[in-house]
Design a protein around this ligand. Structure first.
Ligand code: MN
Length: 222
């Protein structure tokens, strides 16, 4: 409900898609004004041409296949995309990038990115690049975020730019390189923070809602 509450607070009407066959992705987005990719299981490393290491978590084949196709459909439709946690990872893999399968075993010098006691615990800092779409959406370049991920982005997909990082270099935010597609991905969980005192996470949902409403106006006109 944190996702749907955050979206509704931003003035949107959230609709939840079940896992469907990938060939239904384009029609599932018919009438939608935006796409949110949510948190969840690890992606199957075969999606990015790697073998699973032992620290890999649970995977969900049907969800992988459907959501990968949702990204391609959103790209074709030009739908704004907000990708959260698993979502940023899925976005990167859908567009050709790879993942760190397990931060503690593959990046031993990383700070703690998982295991905070509360969902709204802003456990580490991030820095967003000056002038980036993400920094503009957040209204800040330095902020603290929550962190519940043991995976991270590794090689970036062509077209994605990393515009926010944790102090250890882990990618915490990405965006699409060009103006033709509004895409923001974040590794933290803004939906758990949108009702806290700090304005950044509400501002992120508001920026997404603004893009969705532009899209709606455009579709009414055309
Ligand atoms: Mn983190």
């Amino acid at each position: 409900m944190a996702y749907t509450d955050s979206l509704h607070d931003a003035g949107l009407l959230p609709l939840i898609l079940p896992v469907l066959p990938p060939e239904s992705a384009a029609v599932a987005l018919n009438g939608a004004s935006g796409l949110v990719l949510t948190g969840g299981e690890d992606l199957d490393p075969s999606r990015y041409r790697q073998r699973a290491i032992s620290a890999l978590g649970d995977v969900h084949e049907g969800r992988d296949l459907f959501e990968l196709e949702l990204v391609h459909a959103a790209r074709q439709l030009g739908l704004p995309v907000l990708a959260i946690c698993r979502g940023i990872q899925l976005l990167n893999v859908a567009l050709g990038g790879t993942l760190v399968q397990d931060i503690p075993s593959q990046w031993p010098h990383a700070i703690a990115h998982d295991g905070a006691p509360a969902r709204d615990d802003r456990s580490h800092e991030i820095r967003a690049d000056t002038g980036s779409r993400l920094a503009v959406a957040l209204g800040a370049e330095r902020l603290r975020v929550n962190s519940f991920h043991h995976q991270a982005l590794d090689a970036l997909a062509d077209g994605l730019v990393a515009t926010a990082h944790a102090p250890d270099g882990i990618i915490e935010g990405v965006e699409w390189r060009d103006e033709d597609w509004w895409v923001l991905g974040v590794q933290w969980h803004p939906e758990e923070l949108s009702r806290t005192d700090a304005p950044w996470d509400r501002a992120l949902f508001a920026a997404f809602a603004d893009q969705c409403s532009r899209r709606q106006r455009a579709s009414v006109v055309t």
